[in-house]
Design a protein around this ligand. Structure first.
Ligand SMILES: NC(=O)c1ccc[n+]([C@@H]2O[C@H](COP(=O)([O-])OP(=O)(O)OC[C@H]3O[C@@H](n4cnc5c(N)ncnc54)[C@H](O)[C@@H]3O)[C@@H](O)[C@H]2O)c1
Length: 352
């Protein structure tokens, strides 16, 4: 088991992380001595992983088991969870332990930040996306009125317990979601990680998770509040969200982000001729089983409609994260005309 620890500027609590392979959610792994634990668990895990979740599922009133879907990042699930805490007699000295993917962790962490103005929190991610990304950095959230993560807080967990064998039961589509985010971390901050990913990630998962978390921390370390460098984590997402929405969510999030990164890499080649990320990225994505071409018939005009609705649009133009080389991305604001031209060219470059 590897141990890492991260500190955050202007926060009195840091995050300590353990990364192992075989799941062990015993009290020593997830909590401090003598702490009472309250479990929040993705119901799918109850069937798939009854053993490591034994305590969680038999702790009487001290657990909240729910079906994780984007619809459950909602006010009503949040309220149900807060009520369950109150009924159990929880107080700020208790520790919430959340086991599940990004959805479970986002809702649980939001509740933990609100209940009694903040209780102890451990996150135990069980999806690859959860392990390489969502468990670190403190973003919590639910959706409201169809807008993703509209309501949330910044509340880093004090402890994160990652056990990579959870990935063995994950559907391939969910694995691809995690791989795309891991590749994004490699582009932004860790070129060696890209090599590990394409060498056959399954046998190297603990090392990959560790490198992703270090990379993410290096980007957000002084920016938990999402100003400045943290924007880099949006690489591939502006176009990715648009492609995902345009496909009616037939394209998975990771697949869309991957394509978004390829498009951004093409833009990089336009802005700085000779910057050659596109071919290398395409190669790695092929190794990872991520699509590298759009489906037929996607037009720039349609995609721009979705881009215009991106909630990250700020006055002065959308920010585009443009990779020029490994560990070297530029944050660019484009005028509407230049943006349109770039999107057209980029989509052309990744069309079938
Ligand atoms: N807080 C952050 O920093 C952050 C970062 C990235 C994404 N997110 C959020 O995370 C969410 C996506 O996370 P996700 O992809 O982990 O989704 P998720 O939690 O929905 O999990 C994906 C699916 O896998 C299932 N599952 C979970 N663990 C499993 C396992 N071990 N075996 C088999 N199935 C399992 C779940 O039941 C679900 O159906 C989004 O809502 C996104 O906004 C948050």
């Amino acid at each position: 088991v590897r141990s890492l620890s991260f500190t955050w500027q202007n926060r009195d609590r840091g995050t300590s992380v353990i990364v192992g392979s075989r799941p062990d959610l015993s009290p020593e792994m997830v909590a401090g001595e003598g702490e009472t634990r309250f479990w929040v668990v993705d119901s799918r895990l109850a069937d798939l992983w009854p053993e490591p979740l034994g305590e969680a599922l038999s702790s009487g009133g001290r657990s909240f088991v729910f079906e994780a879907s984007e619809q459950s990042k909602s006010m009503s699930v949040l309220e149900g969870l807060l009520r369950a805490l109150a009924e159990a007699g929880a107080h700020r000295g208790w520790r919430m332990v959340a086991a599940g993917g990004g959805i479970t962790m986002d809702v649980a962490a939001l509740a933990a930040s609100l209940y009694n103005r903040g209780m102890h929190l451990t996150l135990a991610p069980t999806t690859l996306l959860g392990m390489v990304d969502a468990c670190l950095g403190g973003k919590t959230g639910i959706n409201l009125g169809g807008v993703k993560n509209q309501v949330g807080t910044i509340y880093p967990a004090e402890r994160v317990a990652v056990f990579t064998d959870f990935v063995t039961t994950l559907p391939d589509k969910e694995v691809r979601n995690g791989l795309a985010e891991a590749l994004k971390m490699a582009v932004i901050a860790d070129r060696r990680l890209a090599g590990l990913l394409s060498e056959g990630f399954r046998s190297r998962l603990p090392e990959i998770v560790e490198r992703c978390l270090r990379a993410k921390a290096s980007v957000i370390g002084d920016d938990l509040a999402d100003r400045g460098r943290r924007h880099l984590l949006n690489l591939g997402h502006t176009l990715g969200h648009a492609l995902e929405g345009h496909s009616g969510f037939g394209l998975g999030h990771g697949e869309a982000v991957g394509l978004g990164m390829l498009a951004a890499a093409w833009m990089g080649g336009r802005m700085e001729p000779g910057s050659g990320m596109l071919p290398r990225l395409r190669e790695i994505m092929e190794d990872l089983g991520l699509p590298t071409r759009l489906s037929a018939g996607v037009t720039a005009g349609e995609i721009m409609e979705y881009v215009r609705h991106d909630k990250k649009t700020v006055s002065g133009g959308r920010r585009w994260i443009i990779p020029l080389d490994w560990e070297r991305c530029r944050i660019e604001r484009l005028s509407p005309g230049a943006e349109r031209e770039m999107v057209e060219g980029a989509l052309e470059a990744i069309s079938p």
